[in-house]
Design a protein around this ligand. Structure first.
Ligand code: NI
Length: 272
């Protein structure tokens, strides 16, 4: 991979904006031909609830009850169920961007791919509340990662585009809780009260196949889908090995979680 500044996928100005603000929008990772194939595969796996038995398909924002419509359907590792989502042009472009931002001199190579998919069906009310992704992860590690959120159709304020708090990637992890303070819910939200000035939030509408980028600490949110079309987002995750922390940080909100999803994952593991 070329790593001189002239040949990197992002301009110096874009990389500087990302490092300073903790997010960035890019207009195009792939073309409509590939997006069409990806949309078909994406819709198929959500219709099939692919991976449900393994705990990979679940309701991010609700009680995750079998045979009930999910508040916020999510599939982890979607390419396991839809090979059309793997090794795409979009993934290659996302990887190059991640490499540039995480290790521009190329001395370490990023790993990752399509990490999860979050669907907001047409006219669907669930929001993705404000959170930091690192709050889901191992508290003993400082991650070196980037999430690249790509909508398979245009993302607008109306259908739930991403929103970010500039500079919040410089914060430590704020106290989180399961959404609605219900430990049966997998999804997390930051606790209130907090000192965040939400009037500073920046919505990032982008075209189909564009992307927003953020590291694990940036506070982000996505509104509900008030449009007549599904809002499909595919999220690529890329990382370098995390750095162990010296302290004994704990994420109590994960320790007390009791989700139907983790029960299904456990059962699937035990029956292998
Ligand atoms: Ni997130």
């Amino acid at each position: 991979m070329k790593t001189t500044l002239e040949n990197t996928p992002l301009s110096q100005e874009q990389a500087r904006f990302y490092n300073e603000n903790g997010f960035l929008s890019v207009p195009c990772l792939t073309d409509e031909t590939e997006l069409k194939i990806m949309r078909t595969a994406y819709d198929r796996i959500f219709a099939e609830k692919a991976g449900r038995d393994e705990g990979n398909e679940f309701d991010l924002a609700g009680g995750d009850v079998d045979n009930k419509q999910a508040a916020l359907p999510q599939i982890l590792n979607p390419a396991k169920y839809a090979p059309e989502l793997r090794d795409t042009k979009a993934e290659a472009a996302a990887r190059e961007i991640a490499q540039q931002l995480l290790c521009p001199d190329g001395s370490e190579k990023v790993v990752g791919g399509p990490a999860h998919a979050i669907l907001k069906p047409a006219f669907h009310g669930a929001i993705t509340p404000w959170h930091q992704d690192e709050a889901y992860w191992d508290p003993k590690m400082n991650p070196r990662s980037i999430s690249i959120w790509m909508p398979l159709q245009e993302a607008t304020l109306e259908n739930g585009c991403m929103q970010f708090i500039p500079g919040s990637h410089k914060l430590e992890i704020l106290p989180h809780q399961s959404i609605g303070k219900d430990p049966r819910v997998h999804g997390l939200e930051i606790c209130e009260p907090n000192d965040i000035d939400f009037s500073k939030a920046v919505p990032c509408p982008i075209p189909a196949g564009g992307a927003t980028l953020h590291p694990g600490r940036t506070l982000h949110y996505a509104g509900s889908n008030n449009s007549p079309e599904p809002r499909r987002a595919l999220i690529f995750g890329f990382s370098l090995p995390p750095i162990p922390r010296e302290d004994d940080r704990r994420f109590v909100w994960n320790e007390i979680k009791k989700t139907a999803r983790s029960k299904r994952a456990e059962t699937a593991k035990n029956t292998l």
